[in-house]
Design a protein. Structure first.
Length: 112
């Protein structure tokens, strides 16, 4: 019976993992998981930055279109004929001065 126990004991020892390998493997596994977490966090931050930049670009383009349209309307309205009828003298003088004002007409090409 002692021989059987000894044989069983030897058999178990030949297939067991040395005690220093298991903690090392756990440390490596933990380090790999931490590195993966770090990489995923960097990727998430990068994706968030890209989304913010895309949204800012979209908003800037929309604002540019709105401002360009409004400046175009101001230039067209400033160059329009004065209203029909008999406007007050102050309005008539202002309407005749507006087309000579270079402000809006000069700004229109810059908004394109």
């Amino acid at each position: 019976m002692a021989a059987e126990c000894g044989a069983a004991g030897n058999s178990a020892n030949t297939h067991s993992v040395p005690s220093t390998t298991a903690p090392t493997a756990r440390r490596r596994h933990r380090a790999a998981i931490e590195e993966l977490g770090w990489l995923l966090e960097r990727e998430r931050e990068s994706a968030a930055r890209t989304a913010v930049e895309a949204e800012r670009t979209r908003i800037a383009a929309e604002l540019h279109d709105i401002v360009s349209h409004n400046v175009s309307l101001m230039v067209v309205q400033a160059g329009a004929d004065p209203p029909r009828g008999a406007p007050p003298a102050a309005d008539r003088d202002r309407c005749h001065r507006l087309p000579d004002h270079p402000g809006g007409a000069d700004q229109r090409p810059q908004t394109r």
